[in-house]
Design a protein around this ligand. Structure first.
Ligand code: NAD
Length: 468
């Protein structure tokens, strides 16, 4: 078996060894990019974007690189990763380092904006990606800095300015990051105020942003409520909403590897990522062996029904939604609250349930992992589709049966479908491809990148310029 159980520790070490130390921590003093009112922020961004239109593509590439570089400064990386955990009370420092690094290094830049050219008897036509103008971006508590990094790179690469509306619970870390990005952009010679926000993020300010006539596009990364709100705004909107990713394991899978992948994927940043494994659906004939191996890899099994009921009461609001106090908390922390002391080697809390159990139905965002047994792989695929709730977000499958892998991939229709790997392979950790922290299932952009934040425009030259 070739599986790296210490993946997280190794990745963090590698990342922090690679990023440059750069002297003192950037000061958060001053109001670089942070405005008293939403109106002021949007007006400043609009002026900045108009100046930005006059800059070259080489300039854009430079500013994108500037954002990558400032985030990868060792002091900035350590600060945003640590404060994100402290302020939101969610996730883990090591995971934030991996996720912030991923956003800084693997979010596509201007190369994403490819031009189409058509030439012939009637002349030359170019179809190019052109900016929207000022974009309003709403960001979640679960990935507060990752989303700002990823959106800033993609939106600026496409020629826009961006006004962020962070979750109030992630205010300090987000404001710090926006100031750091602004200061670095200023030093690189960019127009002022391409990445801005308000000093006091609030629902009122988000609403003001959504209604503001100078905001040409809205991008919401968050739960179903905010996605629905931006889609009802009457503006062009991208909605990156909730997921509830199932993982199917059939009898042909490498069960030992599947067990390690599932525990690692589910416990990544304490299950905060919207892509992380939320429930396992296992074919009966291998379910015992899978559970046995998951326990060997850091899963703690609870069999006592009364204890499972207590957990439901503890971490959910009437089995309908997760309690914020438990979102992104570790397995060790949650178990302690029901009187079970374990070490930090316990990464996931596992139990067998039926399909209707709240732990299967509700997007918990904590390392509690229900396992549901089914007779065969077809039943597993049908159940996975039901419990994904039509989010079209993310799903995983462990199998060596190409026909069944293909069947599930086609039927479940998720933006990300990971075969024989942990969920995070789908955003570029140990899997091929670029990363995004705004995965837009509801509105269909899928894995957003610079071109998602641009309009296709046609430039037609009639006659000439055809040299064939
Ligand atoms: P949330 O929906 O509570 O908040 C997201 C953002 O929307 C925040 O900035 C919040 O202030 C704002 N907001 C929420 N309700 C609002 C309202 N009525 N009016 C104005 N603003 C409002 O989500 P969260 O708890 O911060 O993040 C977790 C959710 O986000 C999960 O459902 C997760 O799956 C989803 N998510 C999705 C993606 C993706 O790419 N699809 C990425 C990260 C998180």
């Amino acid at each position: 078996m070739n599986v790296d159980v210490n993946l997280v520790e190794q990745l963090v070490k590698k990342v922090l060894d690679q990023v440059e130390g750069a002297g003192d921590l950037l000061t958060t003093a001053g109001d670089c990019g942070v405005f008293a009112t939403m109106d002021d922020a949007i007006n400043a961004a609009e002026i900045g974007q108009r100046q930005y239109l006059k800059r070259s593509m080489a300039d854009r590439a430079k500013y994108v690189q500037t954002i990558r570089d400032v985030v990868l400064r060792r002091d900035v990386m350590e600060y945003i990763s640590r404060v994100a955990v402290e302020e939101t009370g969610m996730g883990g420092y090591e995971y934030k380092v991996i996720k912030n690094t991923l956003a800084a290094t693997k979010t596509p830049g201007i190369e994403d904006l490819t031009t189409e050219a058509l030439s012939g008897d009637d002349g030359l036509t170019l179809v190019e990606y052109s900016p929207f103008g000022v974009i309003g971006a709403i960001t979640p508590t679960t990935n507060p800095t990752e989303t700002v990094i990823c959106n800033s790179i993609g939106m600026l690469a496409a020629g826009n300015a961006v006004v962020f509306s962070p979750h109030p619970r992630a205010k300090n870390v987000t404001l710090y990051l926006i100031k750091a990005i602004n200061r670095a952009l200023k030093e690189a010679g960019a127009p002022d105020n391409l990445v801005v926000t308000v000093a006091e993020p609030s629902i009122e300010n988000t609403n003001a942003m959504m209604k503001h006539p100078k905001i040409r596009m809205l991008v919401a990364t968050g739960g179903p409520g905010i996605v629905k709100t931006v889609l009802s705004s009457g503006k062009k909107a991208i909605g990156a909403g909730a997921g509830n990713p199932p993982v199917v394991v059939d009898e042909t899978a490498d069960i030992e590897k599947a067990a390690v992948d599932i525990v690692n994927g589910c416990s990544f940043d304490n299950n905060l990522p919207c892509i992380a494994e939320k429930e396992v659906i296992a074919v009966d004939s291998i379910a015992d062996y899978l559970i046995f191996n998951m326990k060997k890899s850091g899963a703690y099994e609870i069999k006592d029904k009364a204890l499972i009921d207590r957990l439901v009461e503890l971490v959910t609001e009437n089995g309908k939604k997760p309690k914020t106090d438990f979102v992104g908390k570790s397995a060790q922390y949650i178990l302690e609250k029901v009187g079970i002391q374990v070490g930090s080697d316990v990464k996931v809390i596992l139990m067998e349930t039926d399909e209707q159990h709240p732990f299967v139905q509700v997007e918990l965002m904590m390392p509690i992992l229900p396992v549901v047994r089914v007779r065969d792989v077809d039943e597993a695929i049908d159940m996975a589709i039901r419990v994904e709730h039509g989010n079209r977000h993310t799903a995983m499958m462990h199998s060596r049966n190409v026909d069944k892998l293909t069947k599930m991939a086609k039927l479940i229709q998720t933006t990300i479908f990971v075969k024989n790997g942990p969920s995070y392979a789908g955003i570029g950790v140990g899997g091929m491809g670029y990363t995004t922290f705004t995965i837009a299932g509801p509105t269909g952009e899928g894995l957003t990148s610079a071109k998602s934040f641009a309009r296709k425009r046609k430039c037609v030259l009639v006659g000439g310029m055809d040299v064939r």
